[in-house]
Design a protein around this ligand. Structure first.
Ligand SMILES: [Zn+2]
Length: 322
C-alpha cells in the first residue's frame, strides 16, 4: 500500500520568521528588494498554478501594485526559502463577504482575477494539499492561518477599539488600550479509537456525502490531551476510552488549528451516538478500513489524502504508526 502523505508537516529548508529566526533587514527593505516573493490569498485561498504548485509573485506584479485599499492588511513576512524573503497578503479582502472559503470549506472553489494569466487561480487549499511540496505546504498553511487571524482580530477583545498589524504581521496592537494581540492556534484532538483489531469511525453532519473519518474535537480550557480524547469519544459515541498515547501532529489552517493525533484503547464496543454531535459511528476491521482507504466501499468515502486522519488510518491498517 502506498505510504500516506501528511500535509503541512513542515520542511527543513523554510526558515520561519515568526519564531526565533528573525530577518536581519527591516520589512520594507526586504519587500522592496528584487528577491522578495509574495503569495497572495483571496477569500482565504492561495494563488496556484494549474499544475497544483503555489504561484509566488514579485512585489512589482500588477496585482500587487495597487494601494493599501487593495489589501485587507499590510504584508506579513513569514520567512525565507533559500534566502528569498516570502510574504503573504490578502488582496481585496472583505471580512463580511459570505463567499469566503472558510464558510464552505469542502467546496472546490476557484477564483480568477483579470490581472493574472489563465493558469493562475485562487484555489481551495484542501484541494492543493496533495500536490504541494513540503516547503510550499508550510508557506501556504502558515500564510492562511496568519491571514485568517488578522481577519478575525481587527478589534480588541478587551476594549473594542480597532487593532493594527505590527511586528511584520505577527502581532496586532490595540489603538485604544495598547494591548498586544498574538496569533492563536486552537488544539484539536483526533484519535484512532481501537478495540479487538477494529477502528471506530464517525461521520459529522456537515461533511461531504458518505465521508467517514476519525473522531475529533477541540481541547477545552483546563483540559489535558488525554482527557479531551476520552471526553470527546464518550460525548460523541458513548464509548469509554482507557489508555491514550500521542502519535503525531498536523497544523490544520482551516481555520487555525493544531491537530494532535492520538491512539486510544476503547474499554467497550457498544456505540450510542449523540445525534447532536455526529450523524453516525461504526466499528470497522482492518480489511474494511483498507477498502475504505482504497475507495472500494460504495457506501463510505475516506478522509482527504494529506489529512492527519488519512495518515493515521493508513498507519493503523499497515501497522506502521510513527
Ligand atoms: Zn484594546
Amino acid at each position: 500500500m502506498e505510504r500516506a502523505l501528511l500535509a503541512f508537516k513542515g520542511s527543513n529548508s523554510f526558515r520561519r520568521a515568526g519564531g526565533s529566526v528573525q530577518s536581519e533587514l527591516p520589512m520594507q527593505e526586504l519587500l522592496g528588494g528584487n528577491r522578495a516573493r509574495i503569495l497572495p490569498f483571496r477569500k482565504g485561498m492561495p494563488l496556484a498554478d494549474d499544475d497544483g504548485s503555489l504561484c509566488l509573485l514579485s512585489a512589482k506584479h500588477s496585482l500587487l501594485r495597487g494601494g493599501p485599499e487593495c489589501r485587507a492588511d499590510p504584508y506579513a513576512y513569514i520567512g525565507q526559502l533559500a534566502g528569498i524573503p516570502i510574504f503573504v497578503v490578502e488582496i481585496c479582502g472583505d471580512p463580511d463577504d459570505s463567499r469566503h472559503e472558510d464558510h464552505d470549506p469542502f467546496d472546490a472553489m476557484i477564483h480568477t482575477h483579470p490581472l493574472l494569466p489563465e493558469a493562475a487561480t485562487f484555489r481551495n487549499l484542501r484541494g492543493l494539499m496533495g500536490s504541494l511540496s513540503t516547503d510550499e505546504a508550510e508557506i501556504a498553511a502558515t500564510g492562511k492561518a496568519l491571514l485568517n487571524w488578522h481577519r478575525n482580530a481587527r478589534y480588541c477583545g478587551r476594549c473594542g477599539e480597532a487593532t493594527m498589524a505590527t511586528h511584520e504581521g505577527w502581532q496586532r496592537r490595540c489603538s485604544g488600550c495598547g494591548v498586544d494581540h498574538f496569533p492563536r492556534t486552537n488544539p484539536v484532538v483526533i484519535m484512532l479509537v481501537e478495540r479487538n483489531e477494529q477502528l471506530l469511525l464517525g461521520r459529522s453532519h456537515h461533511w461531504p456525502d458518505l465521508m467517514y473519518s476519525l473522531l475529533a474535537g477541540f481541547v477545552e480550557p483546563g483540559e489535558t490531551v488525554e482527557a479531551a480524547v476520552r471526553r470527546e469519544t464518550m460525548e460523541e459515541t458513548g464509548v469509554q476510552v482507557g489508555d491514550v498515547a500521542y502519535v503525531t501532529s498536523q497544523p490544520w489552517p482551516f481555520a487555525s488549528s493544531l491537530m494532535l493525533g492520538c491512539r486510544a484503547s476503547a474499554l467497550g464496543s457498544r456505540v450510542r451516538i449523540n445525534p447532536v454531535e455526529i450523524e453516525d459511528a461504526k466499528w470497522l476491521d482492518k480489511s474494511q478500513v483498507l477498502s475504505l482507504l482504497c475507495k472500494d466501499m460504495p457506501s463510505m468515502r475516506p478522509p482527504a489524502r494529506g489529512s492527519i486522519a488519512s495518515y493515521l488510518m493508513h498507519g493503523w491498517v499497515t501497522d506502521r504508526l510513527e
